[in-house]
Structure formats: C-alpha cells, structure tokens
Design a protein around this ligand. Structure first.
Ligand code: AMP
Length: 127
C-alpha cells in the first residue's frame, strides 16, 4: 500500500497544537473535536493521533491498540452526546470520506459523527 502522509494537513496541525480545536474527547490514541463548519447540530470529527490517510490505511497499518482506542472513542462520543439509540437517543450517522470519489478534503483519516436532525437517506441518487 502506498500512502504518503502529508504532515502539513490541518488535522496534523491540530494534533501538534499549532491551531486550536474544540475538543470533545481525547484519549491515548484518539482525538474528537467539533467540526468547524457543522452540517448538523451535532457534528463531531474523530481522528487517530497516528499518521493515517484513510479508513483503509488505518485498518491496514494501525496497531490493535490504536484501533480499539479509536473505536471505543467513537462509542464514547455517542454516549456523551446522548444520541445512542440504546439509551433512547435519536441515533446518528457515521461517515468517513476517502479519496476523490468520497470527496475527502483533509488527508488525515477521520470519522464524522452526525446527529441532531433527520438526515434523510444515506446517499443521494445520481442526477
Ligand atoms: P472531509 O471532506 O471528510 O475531508 O471533511 C473535512 C472536515 O473537516 C469538514 O467537515 C470541515 O468542515 C472540517 N474542518 C476543516 N478544518 C477544520 C478545523 N480547523 N477544525 C475543525 N474542523 C475542520
């Protein structure tokens, strides 16, 4: 697999503390923060601290500890936001954009957690 990680991307700069963020949760291997341009009332980004570009890159090269920490952090953010269906919460959608087809803007792996309004169907039909 040939991923070149650009350490000047905006999330790398957030992780180095060079630009501020609105942190929701920080763990050993993971940071969750509010999206700067929220698409929904709850819009949290969850990123690994390691230099991974996409979901598949993370899945292939992250350690088990990083993957477990990241996955637990996503669940914990859902708990903190009160959106878990199992708790009577309204639910949510998790999205990870990758590459051109996914329209990924920031080349550091991230999950979007979206909630707070009805989200409609998963993907718009092609025009
Ligand atoms: P994507 O298209 O999946 O790469 O999404 C990148 C997301 O990062 C967008 O939703 C942006 O609003 C968000 N974003 C960009 N810069 C920042 C920042 N400095 N702090 C928080 N979110 C940001």
């Amino acid at each position: 697999m040939a991923y070149a990680y650009d350490d000047q991307n905006i999330f790398a700069r957030i992780l180095r503390g060079e630009i501020p963020n609105s942190t929701v949760l920080e763990t050993e291997h993971t940071l969750a923060f509010n999206d700067i341009a929220p698409q929904t009332p709850h819009h949290v980004l969850v990123i690994p601290k390691g230099p991974y570009v996409t979901y598949d890159h993370f899945a292939a090269e992250a350690s088990d500890a990083e993957i477990a920490d990241f996955t637990r952090a996503v669940g914990e953010v859902c708990r903190m936001l009160g959106i878990r269906p199992g708790d009577g919460g309204e639910g949510y959608r998790v999205i990870s954009n990758a590459g051109e087809t996914g329209v990924q803007e920031v080349p550091h792996y991230h999950l979007h957690i979206l909630s707070g309004r009805p989200l409609g169907r998963m993907v718009k039909k092609a025009d």
